[in-house]
Design a protein around this ligand. Structure first.
Ligand code: NAP
Ligand code: GCO
Length: 264
């Protein structure tokens, strides 16, 4: 059974894996035997990430690439194919959020979130799928969100993008399942990373951020998730163990989506 979860000999690309959820997923895939490639945009993020991976004994290939730029993505994928090998596992993780009330949000801001959180997954998947077809197999994991299912104030662009990413996941499954490509999503709950740091920032008087208390009360597990909580689910969806799982979103949320909340 253990062999089912082995990724040895596989080449994985995790986008936006300089830190946060992407870094933890790359670490997990490496521990299962995969060769790791990742990208980000920032020079400092890259240098810090290469040191962090090295400190964990993980041999990685880092690439500067803005996932919204199709030419940069195509070049990166070609470079990976030449330097490391044809990509077996793609994790579309890179993403941003802008928390602005919709009527105050500029079209440019809305478009930027859609571009990075949705269109980029199309661009990178489109670049990687031909190699997977040639190889006769492939795994694509899209990092969705609870906002693939729910909305909340100020995250209209992000929810629209993550809702679209859920359907792109299902469509890649539908269009490429016949080539033995499985495309699934992971829907993290509220995870403690730089992206959610503003929601956990203690108040000036030292008290807990109200959103921090709100999320812990709404989550049956009673806590924020950590990037490490996503490591096992990512290995499962990247491995042979999930060969008959396709078009699904695996929510890793401590139960928050199932829970109406405690009576006040
Ligand atoms: P994060 O800490 O902000 O990290 C985002 C990563 O994406 C960084 O490495 C960033 O590096 C990279 N990135 C952003 N835009 C990029 C672009 N255009 N091209 C290439 N790389 C880009 O975020 P996170 O919390 O780890 O979230 C990772 C993913 O999980 C995102 O898709 C997010 O929506 C999703 N998610 C997060 C949570 C949560 O609670 N944290 C929950 C559900 C889903 P550079 O800025 O250097 O490029
Ligand atoms: C927010 C948070 C969420 C999380 C995550 C939840 O502002 O509500 O950033 O969107 O990032 O996507 O699954």
């Amino acid at each position: 059974m253990n062999n089912e979860f082995s990724l040895s000999g596989k080449v994985a690309l995790v986008t936006g894996a300089a830190y946060g959820i992407g870094f933890a997923i790359a670490e997990a895939l490496a521990a299962a035997g995969a060769k790791i490639c990742f990208n980000c945009r920032g020079e400092k993020h890259m240098q810090d990430a290469l040191k962090a991976y090295k400190d964990k004994g993980i041999d990685v290939h880092g690439y500067f690439c803005d996932v919204t730029k199709e030419d940069e993505v195509q070049n990166m994928v070609r470079q990976i194919e030449q330097e490391v090998g044809v990509i077996d596992i793609l994790v579309n993780n890179a993403g941003i959020i802008k928390r602005i009330p919709m009527t105050e949000m500029s079209v440019e801001d809305f478009r930027q979130v859609i571009d990075i959180d949705l269109t980029a997954a199309f661009i990178v998947s489109k670049a990687v799928i031909p190699g997977m077809i040639q190889k006769g197999h492939g795994k694509i994991i899209n990092i969705c969100s609870m906002m693939s299912e729910l909305g909340r104030e100020t995250v209209s662009a992000y929810a629209a993008a993550k809702g679209g990413l859920k359907m792109l996941t299902r469509n890649i499954c539908s269009e490429y399942g016949a080539f033995n490509i499985q495309c699934n999503g992971i829907g993290p709950g509220y995870i403690a990373t730089p992206q959610t740091a503003p929601l956990r920032q203690p108040q000036p008087d030292g008290s807990r951020h109200p959103f921090d208390s709100f999320i812990c009360a709404k989550t049956p597990a009673g806590r924020w998730g950590t990037p490490e909580d996503l490591m096992g689910p990512a290995v499962f969806l990247a491995s042979d163990a999930s060969d008959f799982v396709n078009g699904q979103i695996l929510y890793v949320d401590g139960g928050i989506l199932a829970y109406i909340g405690k009576q006040p």
